[in-house]
Design a protein around this ligand. Sequence first.
Ligand code: NIG
Ligand code: FE
Length: 404
Amino acid sequence: MMVIKNAAQILTLTGKELGIIKNDSLSIKDDKITSVNHRTSNIRHQKSIDARGCIIMPGFVDCHTHLVFAGSRENEFAMRLEGKTYKEVLVAGGGILQTVATTRKASEKELIKLAQKRIDELIRWGTTTVEIKSGYGLDTPTELKILKVIKTLQNVNKDRITIIPTFLGAHAIPARIKKANYIHKLISEMIPLVAKENLAQFCDVFCENFVFNAQESKKILLAGKKFGLIPKIHADEIESSGGAEKAGEIGAISAEHLLYPSNKGLNMMKRKDVVAVLLPGTTLFLKSKQIPPIEMMRKLGITIALGSDYNPGTCMIYQMPIIIALGCLLYNMSLIEAIRGATINGAKALGLDKKIGTIETGKNADLLILDIPDYRHIPYQFGKSLIKTVIKHGKIIYSRNTYC
Ligand code: NIG
Ligand code: FE
């Protein structure tokens, strides 16, 4: 049994807001939260942590990353600074295809080493659950190689971070193969193999008119669904392409990016309770002026989650406190919406909201202690790591000495 005592604020995230409890304690037994109230301080316990002047909140859930890759794309970033757009680079054979070339060449061992460093950084910044997509292979052996790397990372890090794998073979059209043939390969060869080897939980598609259009995306996602892979979709990121409509139509668990969704699409998403995963780090990185229609999403009551989109092309930002700040500063989200987006709503985008994302009895003890006395410091102290302690499955896995 472990008790964390005297926290200035506990953000339970229960209810519709932050569910703040002041000057209180919580207790943990094994890997679960056993109670959240002052009575716990009287119970005999083996270990106690003093969180005076600090806040306790659930670990961050980063529900959208592409963090297994080799190489980097600073050339493309520089081109964007000179005025080229993401689409121009991609259709000219750069972008994703550049990372595909370097990732194909890298061995499994090299990819593990590169990704492990990124995961260690994520943990230091308070992420306790992360989704990772494949998608830099675009052929059967490399897509399987990436998913096997994700599986190894999952096993090696199982006491430190929960890793959720997504198959994103439909991330771009590989060079020297016709789109129709690649779609056929995805459906008849890759998806069945991924499912047979139990390498992914979700299937995702980059739905854009110039990549996989709405009809093609639907075909791929339904094929995945037939094999037990739950659909997710990169929807309406660069242009309005009918992605939000398809998310609603096929009942995807989430639709991601959503800079240009139609009102009809958003209504269809709401009807099927599809989570909107927003990625403000990418908007900053791409110098996009467009933001998602937050007002409309709010009005419809769509669940909004936040992810980092950590990838070498469109967002190298992986720090969830920074993503929360960008949600507020770029997307006009309230701080309550942004914090919920990075915890409980991110958990919902991964189908894990019954287990993680809030602080309540029976939930997994994936917790953070931040050395700030009030949650409003999170965006205010932009770029500063405020994480003092990370607790995963009830055990301290990271701790930084501070003057808290
Ligand atoms: O979410 N949009 C597609 N996929 C990534 C970008 C990947 C890349 O450019 O390497 C995204 O932004
Ligand atoms: Fe993405």
